[in-house]
Write a protein that binds this ligand. Structure first.
Ligand code: ZN
Ligand code: ZN
Ligand code: FE
Length: 767
């Protein structure tokens, strides 16, 4: 028998994101193409394949599967072994086999794919203009899953019985909708309707609902839209009155609104757009991308109130068929999350009717339930790659690989921008964005999401990890649960966790310490002061506080962030720079307020000390008259970044060595510039460049002193890409290797991953 006709068999085991992404149909099609027999099936650990036939064909099949898996699959393990011939007559897709104790990833929500878009716009297609069409390559996933394995009866789609046509597609391995769990059509699937508050009887359905919704938007009214992971409030972004009304009703005076634009060419009319940014906008994750705001002359201008005082816009493309139909012939829409102030986004019709009644003029609803709230993700493109700022839809819960294996752990994250992280083995599931744990509803969401994750991924924590801060609600949760369940817990320092998060997501093994630069808001320091301008020598074992910004008084503690004027006043006094009455922060404070502040500072009443660079930004922002009072977190710093004159490159002198670590080294020349009438944009730029110079000076000094060659950057302040770029350029010029965040946010939204990485190390080295 010649070699060409030799018959052999292979057992192949594939792990990673291989379910719910069309993996088995691809295997099936490839096997048929290569004339092979056998079977493929999902297990709770991945996909098992048995193939047999001609040896050469077997090898070609394996190569083809490895080199061109379905677009949304992420192969992590691909194991091939010789197997015994079973002399099977054909190739088939077998039913799923459960396998206990193994973690199986769940795919996130995926934006409308090109094939479905074509059907949506094809008058001859049976799903023409159907707002809920989807396939194996797109549609809802994570937000509709109750439990695993990912099969229709375990999702909110179980309420809809497939029609004969859909069932035929669902069972046909050669069809794009083979085992597409949310498969639907106008006959059997979810339906759309429009209703008005207080008048639920007067409904318009399907196409009529769409047309009515468009009339609402064109009239400048506010439309509540039930989307993929929750409700949005939408208005026409080119109608100033509509945008103002939305701001008033939402009690949101300044925070920029996100926009949804019809397509890339519409985006190009309003923003400067790089190739990478375009690709990211149109990617299956379809995040909100922050883009430079630059309007072309031939477009209808956006209302200024969309993003007051900003030079960037948060933009996303329509990512569901419903959004696509709404945007078809519309100007850009404001798409902000539908929630009462401070509460999480609403996800169900009944709650929306109550909680959004005062906010919306009409409701565009449907009857596909959202099991889990998933907010829109927010990213920036930095040096051609993603810089995540809020990780949710399209990204969570893709797993992140930990540098070392661990028994089950739960890291509960911080208080603001909360996410938590559930990990086992080397797999870490960082949760979607939960939000600030400041009220009952978000705390509920935090607790129920933890429960959902533990059940979904079958991980029971053996250790609870939390921040050092005793008053974070996440810390309290960990304490209470540890007590109730008799579990051990581990407290980790805030900025140590930030830096560990950066190292862990970058796969750093932590065998050698690195210099970690963490510029943040404030985090609890073990010495009783608030940290946030830190140079730490770190590994997963521990940290040494090698240098930090000199502590400054923060009158009123964290509440001061709402009044940067007060911070500027306190910083000036502490730096020995007597604040003259002509300065902007003083004109923002009454004489009585100033007197009280002086007393408070002199006596140190409720005035913790902080090394936070976030607060230094607040002080400078107020000093320059850019922002005296804030209505959202980080506003003063964001507004200051927006002021920067892009052409200004000068920086202040006297920042050599460690000299720049005294805030006076920056405040004095900033003040001098302001008195000399230097334009604000130039001063803001000089401040940014000077701060980057300080990082470089201190880093080089410490790297030399401690024999380090690597630097990690983390903390919310580095969301400022002007500062990040200026810092990176200098560190790289000094020959240092620099790690930055690419997978998880560098703000507190990524903290839990760092907590998990530290806990994994702890468990590996203390037992
Ligand atoms: Zn599709
Ligand atoms: Zn159907
Ligand atoms: Fe932080």
């Amino acid at each position: 028998m010649s070699n060409e006709h030799q018959q052999e068999a292979r057992a192949i085991h594939v792990t990673g994101i291989v379910q719910g992404v069309g993996f088995r149909p691809r295997v099936y099609t490839l096997a048929l193409e290569h004339g092979l027999c056998g079977w493929v099936r999902n297990t709770s650990a991945g996909v098992d394949i048995h193939v047999e036939g001609d040896t050469r064909q077997l090898n070609a099949f394996i190569l083809a599967l490895q080199s061109s898996p379905p677009p949304l699959a992420r192969i992590e393990g691909f194991n091939v072994q010789l197997a015994g011939l079973q002399h099977l007559p054909n190739f088939e897709i077998r039913s799923s086999a459960a396998q206990a104790g193994v973690v199986q990833p769940v795919p996130p929500e995926l934006a409308l794919c090109a094939d479905c878009r074509r059907e949506l716009q094809d008058p001859t297609d049976r799903r023409y203009r159907y707002a809920f069409l989807n396939c194996t390559n797109c549609g809802p996933r994570f937000s509709i899953i109750h439990t695993l394995p990912y099969d229709r009866p375990q999702t909110t789609m179980r309420a809809f019985e497939m029609c004969a046509a859909c069932a035929a597609e669902y069972h046909d391995p050669s069809n794009r909708r083979f085992h597409a769990q949310p498969i639907a059509c106008p006959t059997c699937g979810p339906q759309l309707w429009l209703e008005e508050p207080g008048n639920p009887a007067a409904r318009a359905h399907s196409e009529a609902a769409l047309q009515a919704a468009l009339r609402v938007l064109r009239a400048g009214d506010i439309l509540a839209i039930k989307g993929l992971g929750g409700f949005h409030l939408a208005v026409d972004a080119t109608q100033p009155g509509a945008v103002e009304a939305l701001r008033q009703r939402k009690h949101r005076p300044h925070k920029p609104f996100a926009l949804m634009m019809a397509n890339l060419s519409q985006v190009g009319g309003y923003c400067r757009l790089s190739e990478e940014e375009g690709a990211l906008l149109a990617s299956p994750a379809s995040p909100i991308v922050l883009l430079p705001w630059q309007e072309a002359r031939d477009v209808t201008p956006l209302a200024a109130a969309v993003a007051p005082g900003q030079r960037t816009l948060g933009v996303m493309l329509p990512y569901t068929p419903l959004h696509t139909l709404l945007l078809e012939h519309m100007p850009p829409l404001v798409m902000t999350s539908g929630n009462p102030r401070g509460e999480p986004m609403v996800t169900d019709n009944a709650t929306a009717r109550v909680q959004l009644a005062e906010l919306a003029d009409a409701f565009l609803l449907h009857n596909r339930d959202i099991h889990l709230r998933v907010d829109d993700s927010v990213v920036r493109v930095f040096r051609g790659a993603t810089l995540p700022m809020r990780r949710a839809r399209g990204y969570a819960p893709y797993p992140i690989r930990l540098p070392q294996a661990t028994p089950g752990i739960l890291a509960v994250g911080a208080e603001m921008k909360n996410t938590f992280c559930l990990a086992q083995g080397q797999t870490a599931f960082l949760s979607h964005h939960i939000g600030t744990l400041g009220n009952y509803a978000s705390l509920q969401a935090f607790e129920s999401s933890i429960q959902h994750f533990e059940q979904l991924f079958q991980i029971s924590p053996t250790l609870l990890v939390h921040d050092l801060h005793p008053d974070y609600l996440s810390t309290r949760y960990a304490q209470q649960r540890a007590e109730a369940e008799g579990l051990p817990r581990l407290a980790v320092q805030h900025h140590h966790a930030h830096l560990a998060s950066c190292l862990a997501e970058q796969g750093h093994l932590g065998t050698e310490p690195v210099l970690g630069v963490c510029f943040d808001g404030t985090g609890y320091g073990p010495d009783g002061t608030l940290w946030g301008g830190e140079f730490l020598i770190v590994d997963y074992q521990g940290y040494q506080r090698a240098a930090h910004f000199a502590p400054m008084p923060l009158p009123g503690g964290d509440a001061a962030t709402r009044n940067p004027a007060r911070i500027a006043f306190a910083y000036l006094l502490a730096c020995g720079l007597e604040p003259g009455e002509d300065l902007p922060p003083l004109t923002a404070l009454t004489l009585a307020e100033q007197r009280l502040l002086r007393q408070q500072l002199a006596k140190g009443i409720n005035t913790p000390l902080t090394s936070s660079v976030g607060r230094l930004f607040d002080a400078v922002s107020a000093l320059l008259g850019v922002c005296q009072a804030t209505s959202y977190e980080g506003q003063a710093a964001i507004d200051l970044e927006a002021q920067c004159d892009p052409d200004e490159t000068a920086l202040y002198t006297g920042l050599e060595g460690l000299a720049g670590l005294n805030p006076a080294a920056l405040l004095a020349p900033v003040l001098a510039d302001w008195r000399a009438g230097v334009p604000i944009g130039k001063i803001a730029a000089r401040f940014h460049h000077s701060l980057a110079e300080i990082v470089a000076q201190v880093s080089v000094h410490l790297a030399n002193a401690h024999g380090l060659s690597e630097v990690a950057l983390s903390g919310g302040v580095f969301q400022n890409v002007r500062l990040l770029e200026a810092t990176l350029r200098r560190l790289e010029a000094a020959g240092l290797r620099v790690y930055i965040h690419r997978q998880v946010p560098l703000n507190d939204g990524g903290l839990a991953l760092g907590q998990a990485a530290l806990a994994a190390h702890y468990l590996n080295h203390t037992r």
